[in-house]
Each structure stands twice: as structure tokens, then as C-alpha cells.
Design a protein around this ligand. Structure first.
Ligand SMILES: O=C(O)[C@H]1O[C@H](OP(=O)(O)OP(=O)(O)OC[C@H]2O[C@@H](n3ccc(=O)[nH]c3=O)[C@H](O)[C@@H]2O)[C@H](O)[C@@H](O)[C@@H]1O
Length: 438
């Protein structure tokens, strides 16, 4: 052994480019082989470890832990004859006067409810969703399973993928788009501003670009937000009130969406209806919303932060029950006029609308907590906190007379009734805490 030269990394480098040194002794050859094998094994383990760390980190269940960069890196599988068949079948209209609707954000809270309602009345519905991990993706998968049972197929993909969008319009001549895909949440915008720009601005433009060139052009109904009223103090909020003082980046992106809608309507003749939702809640809701995580934390005995404005001012929301919102969405689709463009050009003016969809009766957040306490039969550990300066506004209150007149919109569910239905669902879904609430 002593006559053997110690191995060095230089031994593997060819002395002449393109040629490897020949080993003289078979002994040396074996030793080198062992050493190379050891190195190879070592580096393979390191490499696999890195891959494991990158792809298989457990998905986060809270917005705070989510890594936004992974979202845009994701690739989705779509295409092929079997996939196209599923797309066509899901979007097939099954009733007289039915419409075929592409629902973006179909695995989301509002998207799931709207898709189900459309499908049940015989419309053709195709879902699109990127299943991002802003909140527990397993809840989105459960909603997907629910939709599959009603015959709605959700294509996995991002609204920023214009190739996919064009393909969908090639396969199905959608009459309508219900655009609900968005980065939601008011406070999270401070943590991850890029995701709001990605989904609510770039994504919206990507979708409208494809819609403007589609033949026929679809009519589009999309989710704006009560947050566009921002620091407006005139109550109740009417569509004619100022919306130029957003209090969060989320609100600013929704407001930008309304302006972008104006542009596409003006230039290309797209029929566009924006719906300003007011704090929507209900079964299958979003775990990042207060009513949802208050429920989880009250049951766990954890304290809940209740915001209060300066001078002990009440913070209140015009909480709106999901079934009322669904009726508003369907009425907006049903009253949407056709787009008037063709080949990317406007032939005559097209419809451009914006509606408040609220409940018209704001409730203080502390009252929401009292209702939950009664329904859950558990006393909440209240922690009163100053309203943080990260996007929240003190109150919202919708004037819905326009939606009432034009859409026949009439909310019928008060907060107690709606929360009762939510709590029943919550307890059933999380089956006594066996599943972890997201
Ligand atoms: O109306 C809307 O357009 C918006 O409604 C909700 O936003 P928000 O009303 O802030 O809903 P929550 O986050 O569920 O908050 C509800 C109320 O609870 C309060 N809150 C929230 C969190 C908390 O820890 N403590 C607390 O008191 C908030 O200040 C607010 O008054 C949604 O999260 C947005 O996506 C939506 O666009």
C-alpha cells in the first residue's frame, strides 16, 4: 500500500484535453474506482438532499409561511385528447338558454359556490385554479372533490399562462368568464406585495388579452372589493363615491383592476362587470379571514386579537353571506350584455358596470365574536388591540340600491344565521379537530 500514490482530484483530470490518463496497475485502478464511487455517492446524496429540500418542504398552512417565489415557478400538466375531452364535457351546456362559463379561482371560496350553482342550473362550467398555498391547499383540494362530484372539472394552471388560456378558448367558445382568481387578504399585502401584482394586475391583463382576441369575445364578470372605498368616510358606500384613497396594496390592485377593466371595455368592446364584495363569509370559507380563524382559536382556547380604532372606536364590517353573494354573481352573469368587439377591435360601445354586493348592515367585530361564542358554546379569550396600520379600514357599509335595481340583488341572511351555517360546516369538516384547520 505504501508505494501507492495518494489519490488527488488532479488524478481525474486528463493530461491531454479529450483524453484520460491510463492507470498502470489494476490495484490502483480498483482503489480509484472505489474512491470515485464514494465521491459519486456522496455528491448524489447531497444533490438529492437539495432537491428534496427544494420541492418537498411541507406546504404551509398560513399565509405567513408561504413562499411566493414557488408559485410562479410551478408548472402544470395540461393538454392531450383526454384532457380536452374533460374540458369540453365540463363546459357543455345542459339546459335551454344555458351559458358556458370559465370560472377562474374555481377552487377558491366564492369560486366553488358559484361553480356549483351554475352547474346545478344546467350551465356549462369549467374551472381554472393554480392551487397556490396562500392558505391550506388541502381545503382547496376538498372543494375540488366537491366540484368534481357535481361535474365541474378544474384545470390546474395560472391565469398568467396565456398559452393555456388561449387553448381553453380554442377548445370551448365560452360565452362568459367569471373571474374570481386573485390574491386576497388585506393585511398579507405588506408581507408579499409581489403576489398581488402577479395575480390581481398581471393576471387580470393576461386574461383580458386572451378574452379580447377570443371569437366570440366573452362577457366578463369579476371580483373587485369593498376595500376600494379605502379611507372614504361617507356611509353607506355608494358606487359613485370616491375610490382614490386605497388603504392597502390589495385595495390598490383591485382599484387598478377597475381602471384596467375600463380600458379593455373602451378599446376592445369587452363587456365587463366588477362586483365589490363586502367581507364574504360562510361554509367552505377562507381560513385567513377573521371569522374563520377566530372559530379555530376560540375552540383551541387561544386568545383572539380584536381590533379597536383610536379612542375605543368600533371596528365593523358589512359581513355578507356566501349564498347572497352567489345570487348576485349569477344575476350579474345573467344581465351581462354581449361584448361588442371582434378580432380585437370594438365595433360599438359595450357594457361596463360596477356593483356593491354587501349586506347593508355592518356588525362590530366584537359582536361577531359574541355570536361565535354562543354558537360554539365556548368563551373567547379576547385580546383588544389597536387597529394595525397595515391596510385595515375602520368600517365598511354597502349601499346596494344599484345592484337591487339592476340585478334584483336582495341579501336575506343575517350574520347570526350565516355564522350558524358556517359553524355547523366547520365542526363537521374538521370533525372534532381530527383534521388540522388551515
Ligand atoms: O370586503 C372585502 O373586499 C374584503 O373582505 C375581507 O377583508 P376584511 O374585511 O379585512 O376581512 P377579515 O380579514 O376577515 O377581517 C374582518 C374584521 O375583523 C377584524 N380583525 C381581523 C383580524 C384580526 O386579527 N382581528 C380583527 O379584529 C378586521 O379589522 C375586520 O374588521 C377579505 O379578506 C378581503 O379579501 C376582501 O376583499
Amino acid at each position: 500500500m505504501s508505494q501507492l500514490k495518494p489519490m488527488s482530484h488532479l488524478d481525474n483530470i486528463p493530461s491531454t484535453p479529450g483524453k484520460f490518463k491510463m492507470d498502470k496497475s489494476p490495484y490502483i485502478h480498483r482503489l480509484r474506482l472505489h474512491s470515485s464511487l464514494a465521491k459519486l455517492t456522496f455528491w448524489s446524496v447531497v444533490f438529492l438532499g437539495l432537491i428534496f429540500l427544494f420541492f418537498f418542504r411541507s406546504p404551509s398552512s398560513s399565509p405567513q409561511q408561504s413562499d411566493p417565489s414557488r408559485r410562479s415557478l410551478r408548472t402544470y400538466n395540461w393538454g392531450g385528447p383526454a384532457w380536452e375531452k374533460r374540458v369540453r364535457s365540463s363546459a357543455r351546456v345542459r339546459s335551454r338558454n344555458g351559458v358556458s362559463v370559465l370560472v377562474t379561482g374555481a377552487a377558491g371560496f366564492v369560486g366553488t359556490h358559484v361553480s356549483t350553482a351554475l352547474k346545478r342550473r344546467g350551465d356549462g362550467v369549467l374551472g381554472l385554479d393554480n392551487f397556490n398555498d396562500y392558505y391550506d391547499p388541502s381545503l382547496k383540494r376538498a372543494r375540488q372533490a366537491l366540484l368534481e362530484r357535481t361535474g365541474v372539472f378544474i384545470v390546474e394552471g395560472d391565469i398568467n399562462d396565456s398559452t393555456l388560456l388561449r387553448k381553453l378558448f380554442e377548445v370551448v367558445a365560452f360565452t362568459h368568464v367569471m373571474h374570481l382568481a386573485a390574491q386576497a387578504g388585506v393585511r398579507y399585502a405588506m408581507e408579499n406585495p409581489a403576489s398581488y401584482v402577479h395575480s390581481n394586475i398581471a393576471g387580470l391583463v393576461s386574461l383580458l388579452e386572451v378574452c379580447k382576441s377570443a371569437n366570440p369575445q366573452p362577457a366578463i364578470v369579476w371580483a373587485s372589493s369593498s376595500s376600494v372605498y379605502g379611507l372614504n368616510t361617507k356611509v353607506p358606500f355608494s358606487e359613485r363615491d370616491r375610490t382614490d384613497q386605497p388603504a392597502s396594496l390589495y385595495a390598490a390592485t383591485k382599484k387598478a383592476g377597475e381602471e384596467i377593466a375600463h380600458t379593455y371595455n373602451h378599446i376592445y368592446g369587452l363587456s365587463l362587470t366588477g362586483l365589490r364584495f363586502f367581507t364574504v363569509y360562510g361554509p367552505w370559507g377562507r381560513p385567513d379571514m377573521a371569522y374563520f380563524f377566530f372559530t379555530k382559536d376560540i375552540l383551541k382556547g387561544k386568545s383572539i386579537p380584536i381590533f379597536e380604532a383610536s379612542n375605543h372606536g368600533t371596528v365593523a364590517r358589512d359581513f355578507t353571506y356566501i349564498d347572497d353573494i352567489v345570487k348576485g354573481c349569477l344575476a350579474a352573469l345573467d344581465t351581462a350584455e354581449k361584448s361588442t368587439g371582434s378580432g380585437g377591435k370594438k365595433t360599438r360601445p359595450a357594457q361596463l358596470r360596477v356593483f356593491n354586493l354587501g349586506n347593508t348592515s355592518p356588525v362590530p367585530v366584537s359582536d361577531l365574536v359574541s355570536i361565535l361564542e354562543r354558537l360554539l358554546k365556548v368563551k373567547a379569550k379576547r385580546r383588544i388591540m389597536k387597529l394595525p396600520r397595515n391596510g385595515d379600514v375602520q368600517f365598511t357599509h354597502a349601499n346596494i340600491s344599484l345592484a337591487q335595481r339592476e340585478l334584483g340583488y336582495k341579501p336575506t341572511t343575517d350574520l347570526h344565521t350565516g355564522l350558524k351555517k358556517f359553524v355547523r360546516w366547520y365542526l363537521n369538516y374538521y370533525a372534532g379537530g381530527k383534521k388540522a384547520a388551515g
